[in-house]
Design a binder for this molecule. Structure first.
Ligand SMILES: [Zn+2]
Ligand SMILES: [Zn+2]
Length: 237
């Protein structure tokens, strides 16, 4: 069949072609290419009222008590979703086996629940991984999300402002271990004087990695550093 015949058929049967996808969560037909239907997207665990600096869910406006006592090194943060079903399952799936389609879905969900910028950032950046890990995994989800969002928002990506010297396994670490642990992140001594930089990452748990990254960016001269993550885990006990 040549292309023009295929196009005519496609036009005649557009209803069929528009509903070629199956929602992964409810198995209903959907035209949404990100793999879940509009109704399931609507029901996702979006973040509600939260502390504007650390994104911890809270019941009143303004910075939480922890941020007032000991503010983190990033100036603001935004998490598009909370780390509840189906987010943990999706993230484990994507980390265990790199899946670009899932990464695109995450970026789209983040874009749909984006922060409101009073002053847009000069650059987006991401939490780097080690070369070895990138080679064995073939994928850095943080970088992939950053790339997708940079394109959608038309904001340039800042590369090589941070370096990761060694990998630290975070998944099984306790909250206390995560906070104390050296993440292996290092500065690259790039001149970032006066820049507003927004770090993109997949999950904020204790915020320890983002804190170290923000401190390193500020040590290179950045004036404002924010963090934007796909999901926020509930406060560790
Ligand atoms: Zn659905
Ligand atoms: Zn806070």
């Amino acid at each position: 069949m040549d292309w023009s015949t295929f196009s005519k058929l496609k036009d005649n049967y557009s209803m069929f072609f528009d509903h070629m996808y199956t929602c992964e969560l409810c198995l209903e037909a959907t035209s949404d290419k990100i793999g879940i239907c509009t109704s399931c997207q609507y029901d996702l665990p979006y973040s509600g009222l939260s502390c504007p600096q650390c994104s911890e869910p809270c019941t009143s406006e303004g910075r939480c008590g922890d941020c007032q006592k000991k503010p983190p090194s990033f100036d603001y943060s935004h998490c598009s979703l909370l780390y509840y079903h189906p987010v943990p399952h999706w993230l484990h799936r994507c980390k265990d086996k790199p899946d670009l389609r899932l990464a695109k879905r995450f970026a789209q969900l983040m874009f749909d629940a984006a922060p409101i910028f009073t002053v847009p950032p000069d650059f987006l950046t991401y939490i780097p991984t080690t070369r070895r890990r990138l080679f064995t995994r073939g994928f850095n989800l943080s970088e992939e999300l950053c790339q997708q969002l940079g394109t959608q928002l038309n904001i340039p990506i800042l590369r090589n402002a941070l370096h990761k010297s060694r990998h630290t396994e975070q998944r099984r670490a306790t909250a206390q271990e995560r906070r104390r642990r050296d993440t292996g992140l290092r500065s690259t001594n790039k001149d970032l004087s006066g820049q507003h930089i927004l770090i993109i990452d997949d999950v904020m748990t204790t915020g320890g990695t983002l804190q170290q990254a923000a401190a390193l960016l500020k040590s290179q001269g950045a004036s404002t550093v924010g963090a934007w993550c796909l999901a926020r885990t509930p406060k560790p006990i």
